[in-house]
Design a protein around this ligand. Structure first.
Ligand SMILES: [Ca+2]
Length: 326
C-alpha cells in the first residue's frame, strides 16, 4: 500500500470498454493499490490517481474500463460512475458534474471515437455491423457485432485522409460480397439482443437527420431503416416470428449514392409515408411482415446495403452527425 506502482500484464478496457489497446507493464499483476499513483490491471485502486482495467476505483481521478468509479473525476467504459465529473460509455452516471450529452437531440457524431451513442434523452446503445450472407467469405469492417466478441465496432478516424468532414465517422466496408444484406446501425435503448423500445413522442421528434456518403454503391442498394419492435425477429428482441421468414421488413427510405458528404432528412411523422417537403418518406416492402408504424416502439436505426446478383465488389458507407429533429 502506498507504493507508486501496482502493475501487471493487462488489457485495457473491461467489458464494453476499449477493445484495441493493450498494455504490458512489468511486475506482477497488482491486486490492490491504496494511495498509490497508479493501478494497472489491479482489482482495486483507492485514492490512486489512475485505475485502468481495475474493477474498482474510489476517489481516483481516472478509471478506464473499470467496472466502478466512485468520486473519480473520469470514468471511460466503466459500467458505473457515481459522483464522477465525466462518464463516457458507462451505463450509469449519477451526480456527475457533466455527462457526455452535448445536444439533447444529437444521437452521435462519433467525435468521442467510441462505439456508443451519446447518453442523451433516455438513449443508450452502441454501433454494430451485421451481415446476412450465408457462408460469408468476405469481411465486414468493422467486424460484425456478436455477443461473444463483446463488440467490435470502432469509430473511423478521418484525420489526415483528406476527408472534408475530418474528425470521426461511422464507416463500414465490405470486400467482394456476392449476394446478401450488410449494414451498420445502433440501438436506441439497449444492446444487441436486449433491445428495448424507445418512444420518440416523449421528445417530440419528427425526423431523423444525418450526413452520409458512399463508395461503389449503386442506386437502390442503400437504405436507412427504422427498426420497430414489430419487424425485428424475436431472436433479437422484437415481436416478429422468425419461423415465417418475413422479419426485417423494416420501415425504410432509399438513399441515393453520393460520393461527397450529403445531408439526409427522413420523416418520422405519422404516417411516415406522407412525406413533408424535403423529407424522405419511410415505407415497408411488400415481401415481409407488415406492421402498423409506431413512434413508440423504435428499437434501432440501421444503414443497410442489399447486394443482388454476383456483384462481387468492394464498397463503403460513411455516416456521421446522426440526430433527431423536431
Ligand atoms: Ca464526426
Amino acid at each position: 500500500m502506498g507504493g507508486t506502482d501496482s502493475t501487471g500484464p493487462s488489457t485495457v478496457g473491461g467489458a464494453g470498454g476499449f477493445a484495441t489497446v493493450e498494455t504490458m507493464l512489468g511486475g506482477q499483476p497488482g491486486t490492490s493499490s491504496i494511495g498509490g499513483t497508479r493501478a494497472v490491471g489491479g482489482t482495486t485502486s483507492i485514492g490512486g490517481t489512475t485505475s485502468i482495467g481495475g474493477t474498482t476505483s474510489i476517489g481516483g481521478t481516472t478509471s478506464i474500463g473499470g467496472t466502478t468509479s466512485i468520486g473519480g473525476t473520469t470514468s471511460i467504459g466503466g459500467t458505473t460512475s457515481i459522483g464522477g465529473t465525466t462518464s463516457i460509455g458507462g451505463t450509469t452516471s449519477t451526480g456527475g458534474a457533466a455527462s457526455n450529452c452535448k445536444d439533447s437531440a444529437l444521437i452521435d457524431d462519433l467525435e468521442d471515437a467510441d462505439k456508443y451513442i451519446y447518453a442523451c434523452s433516455g438513449r443508450s446503445g452502441n454501433w454494430y455491423t451485421y451481415s446476412a450472407e450465408s457462408g460469408l467469405s468476405t469481411l465486414v469492417k468493422p467486424v460484425p457485432w456478436t455477443v461473444a466478441d463483446g463488440g467490435g465496432f470502432v469509430a473511423t478516424s478521418l484525420l489526415g485522409s483528406g476527408d472534408s468532414k475530418g474528425g470521426y465517422a461511422a464507416v463500414f466496408e465490405i470486400t467482394s460480397p456476392s449476394t446478401g444484406t450488410f449494414g451498420m446501425g445502433f440501438e436506441l435503448n439497449g444492446t444487441d439482443r436486449s433491445k428495448f423500445a424507445y418512444d420518440i413522442t416523449s421528445y417530440g421528434y419528427k425526423s431523423l437527420q444525418f450526413s452520409y456518403k458512399t463508395s461503389n454503391i449503386d442506386v437502390s442498394e442503400l437504405q436507412v431503416q427504422v427498426v420497430l419492435k414489430g419487424t425485428l425477429s424475436a431472436a433479437y428482441g422484437g415481436d416478429c416470428n422468425p419461423a415465417q421468414g418475413k422479419c426485417d421488413n423494416h420501415f425504410s427510405a432509399a438513399l441515393a449514392p453520393a460520393t461527397n458528404w450529403t445531408p439526409a432528412k427522413v420523416s418520422l411523422e405519422v404516417p411516415p409515408t406522407s412525406s413533408t417537403a424535403g423529407m424522405l418518406p419511410l415505407a415497408q416492402g411488400a415481401w415481409g411482415t407488415v406492421v402498423p408504424y409506431s413512434q413508440t416502439t423504435f428499437l434501432a436505426i440501421q444503414f443497410n446495403v442489399t447486394v443482388a446478383g454476383s456483384a462481387s465488389k468492394t464498397f463503403k458507407v460513411w455516416v456521421d452527425d446522426v440526430r433527431f429533429g423536431s
